[in-house]
Design a protein around this ligand. Sequence first.
Ligand SMILES: [Zn+2]
Length: 327
Amino acid sequence: MSAPYPWLDASWQRLLATRARPAQALLLAGPRGVGKGALARAWAQVLLCEAPLADGAACGQCPACHWFNAGTHPDFRLVSLQEKTTKEGETRMATAIEVDQAREAVDFVQLSTYRAGYRVVLVDPADTLNLASANALLKVLEEPPLNTVFVLVSDQPRRLLPTIRSRCTRLDIGLPPVDVAAQWLAGQGVDDAVNLLALSGGTPLDAQRWADSTELDERRSVLEGLARPDRLDPVTLGERWKTVSPQTWHNVAYKWLGDLLAVKLQGKVRFNRDFSEALAQLGKKADLAKLLALAKTQANEGRTLAHPLNRTLQVQAWLIQYRHVFD
Ligand SMILES: [Zn+2]
């Protein structure tokens, strides 16, 4: 079994080399969209496999591999964000890993293993542990039971409790070289890989998601509007864009503001290269203080995406504030 993605090969080899004595608490840290979660799962399978290959990789054939791939291995636990049902009966993704999930994992590692090998707990995304759940896990991270391996995955390792970070052996996964990522994307049938990579900040899995979705059309529609703030009509556009998913809206607006700031401060476009000219013009007109204030609001909005208010009003309010940046 090779690394889940070609750019992870060096990290993968480093992990395989530790198979005989794996870190009891491993933190995989790095930007989103580079395959940390896939790497963590592949590593868990390596540890659970009962007939590993000569290089230490999982065989894919033994009972443990079959269970793992079916999501039923009794010595594996995934601790992640769960869906919740609100009082109104809507299903939403929780924004934090709750303390009862952490306690369940703690109970799990106290039991004897079903098979003779390791027991693996994967926490992904670990930065969504709240204080109570982090503290519950900390106890077992400090003194992990025998044959127990924790793998934590995080885009924002700084948000982890320092006491948790200090218990972990950290493996940083960086952005892949553009040529490697572009070649992989092309192999997945993605056209325009280099532009999409720029748009996704160099993260190939995000670039692939862009290519697979209707988001690209929505993005173009939103950016064509934002590129002409003098003509922008918040009422009409707020109504038109209310169907754009909150995630896409945030993603597009956040990167647009990021580019405006980058143009203003460093004279270069990072994400939306296909709008370079418009950004350069707007960068000259934008008021830096207002732009920073809006970017800050936008960053905070990312955390409240799970609780969208009235979409139309929210988008309209944003557009009004956006227009004022260029007054
Ligand atoms: Zn196996």
